[in-house]
Design a protein around this ligand. Structure first.
Ligand code: ZN
Length: 331
């Protein structure tokens, strides 16, 4: 039998935090080093309605008290009285109820940082590769320029916080379907394919960006931009890549001052077979001598990669704004 400790002179002050109330006490172990509180001593035959009573050696202890004692967190003796803990538990439940009724704040500054708003993964596809060199002129091979630009774009997108996947990061051949499939395995993706142009006359110039007007049919409902964040349906019409391509094209033209050949629909395999918004950039004409000189320069390719990155960022920001406005309108 434990010695009976001296009765506390003052009644313990009610705890200030919900977690510290008896209802939640078992979830928050008290810090070690504190003086050991006196062991609970419950008068015989005190009954606790709705509590299973366990026969102890010399006293009847409700199960929850027994559990706490076994964790070496005995309660002060006065706490064992229902006249103390019943009102406190009631207060705790009231506070919990009030807390649950408070609507979540939705100001932008209060948005959770990452949990449900992570950035989509950008899949960068360096066109051609391996035995497929793509366009070749003036000592340049398209497959080399696309890989170099893709790696530069990856660096810029990662600096902006985007997860990035490359379809290839060395000189290898990939089927078009396999390139699209890489993006289709990612639930939240944006797809950018990098290419350089070739013209029959050698006089073509400027940059153009393609998207698929009609995506290939998929067995499921496919990707939706809004759905990736909150499981809501995509705004109608769903973006197949038209605004994605337009954003990238506008960024390149604005930052590089090149001839604007436009963002245009074309049923190219990689943009058609990808579920996500997809764009294919033709970043200049390899067989145009003036453009070839620019494309041969690492500084120019760096600028091109920066511009594509900016286009992706602007697109994402605009879509986010649209999604939030739709949410507000739907309330
Ligand atoms: Zn190409």
């Amino acid at each position: 039998m434990d010695p009976i400790p001296p009765a506390p002179k003052r009644r313990p002050r009610p705890p200030r935090r919900i977690e510290d109330l008896p209802l939640f006490a078992s979830k928050r172990p008290r810090p070690a080093g504190n003086a050991k509180p006196p062991v609970a001593k419950v008068p015989n035959r005190v009954t606790f309605p709705d509590k299973k009573v366990i026969k102890h050696s010399d006293m009847d202890v409700p199960e929850d008290l027994e559990t706490q004692q076994s964790r070496k967190q005995p309660l002060p003796r006065s706490w064992a009285s229902p006249s103390v803990w019943l009102p406190i538990m009631s207060l705790a439940m009231l506070l919990a109820g009030v807390w649950m009724l408070i609507p979540p704040r939705t100001e932008e500054s209060d948005l959770p940082p990452e949990s449900d708003r992570t950035l989509p993964t950008v899949v960068i596809d360096a066109g051609h590769g391996g035995q497929d060199s793509g366009a070749m002129a003036h000592g340049l091979r398209e497959k080399d320029l696309t890989l170099d630009t893709a790696l530069r774009l990856e660096k810029h997108l990662r600096a902006q916080g985007f997860p990035v996947v490359l379809t290839r990061r060395d000189d290898r051949y990939l089927e078009l379907f396999d390139r699209a499939h890489i993006a289709n395995r990612i639930p939240r993706a944006l797809f950018v394919s990098i290419h350089f142009n070739d013209s029959t006359t050698g006089s073509g110039d400027g940059v153009e960006t393609f998207y698929a007007q009609q995506k290939a049919a998929f067995s499921d409902d496919g990707w939706t931009f809004a759905g990736l964040i909150q499981g809501k349906s995509e705004p109608v019409p769903m973006d197949q890549g038209a605004s994605f391509a337009a954003s990238i094209q506008a960024s390149i033209v604005g930052e590089l001052g090149v001839t604007d050949r436009g963002a245009k629909p074309r049923q190219l395999a990689v943009v058609r077979l990808t579920r996500c918004p997809a764009a294919l950039v033709e970043g200049g004409f390899i067989n145009n001598p003036a453009e070839a000189r620019k494309l041969a320069s690492p500084e120019y390719r760096e600028k091109l990669a920066t511009a594509v990155c900016d286009g992706v960022v602007v697109y994402y920001q605009e879509r986010e704004m649209m999604r939030r406005n739709q949410e507000l309108a739907g309330r």
